[in-house]
Write a new protein. Structure first.
Length: 188
């Protein structure tokens, strides 16, 4: 299969970047009428047992009817959407690249009229290179597991709380990056 060629590509993460919150866990909360998936208990469990937590979350997510999953969406973050539209107007090919479940990813991409790719955790740069050829790469993400993508970017915007900035400053090799304050209402 030949790769798609475009001079400039802008890659945006979905959860906690374009969206105000994590669509996967908030979808679970809403469908099961709970707040457990975004609770402090869940975050602690996920920190110590991430694979087990994700398997459990994915198991329950797969039980949600397709019609519900395929229409679930969250509000967008205004500051990130402004940046998204600015990049779009300056000739970038827009791409949402996320670890989110495919139905949630498709919903956002269809609404924004852009391409999308699903990638495993820590595999976004490999996934991008497998599908696209480009000269210039812009990345916008909040994900600590997106260091691989940030390190190949020509320019980047990182959306995170000030307390997490040190993690990125120590690891990001891209010299042209800045931070946007994470002001999401839904903390997940």
């Amino acid at each position: 299969m030949s790769r798609i060629k475009n001079d400039k590509i802008a890659v945006f993460d979905l959860d906690d970047t374009l969206y105000q919150g994590n669509s996967h866990f908030l979808c679970l909360n809403e469908f099961y009428k709970t707040k457990i998936f975004t609770s402090i208990i869940a975050r602690c469990f996920c920190k110590f047992f991430p694979i087990a937590y994700l398997r459990f979350a994915n198991y329950l997510y797969d039980k949600i009817p397709y019609e519900y999953r395929s229409t679930f969406k969250l509000p967008y973050r205004n500051e990130v959407i402004k940046l998204f539209k600015k990049k779009q107007k300056t000739g970038y090919q827009m791409l949402i690249l996320s670890n989110a479940p495919i139905e949630l990813l498709k919903t956002a991409a269809n609404e924004l009229h852009v391409d999308y790719l699903k990638a495993g955790i820590g595999e976004k740069s490999r996934c991008l290179h497998a599908e696209f050829e480009y000269q210039e790469l812009f990345v916008c993400t909040d994900n600590m597991t997106d260091i691989d993508l940030l390190n190949i970017a020509n320019e980047a915007v990182i959306t995170c709380r000030p307390s997490k900035r040190g993690f990125f400053t120590k690891r990001v090799k891209c010299k042209n990056y800045k931070f946007i304050e994470d002001v999401c209402d839904n903390e997940v």
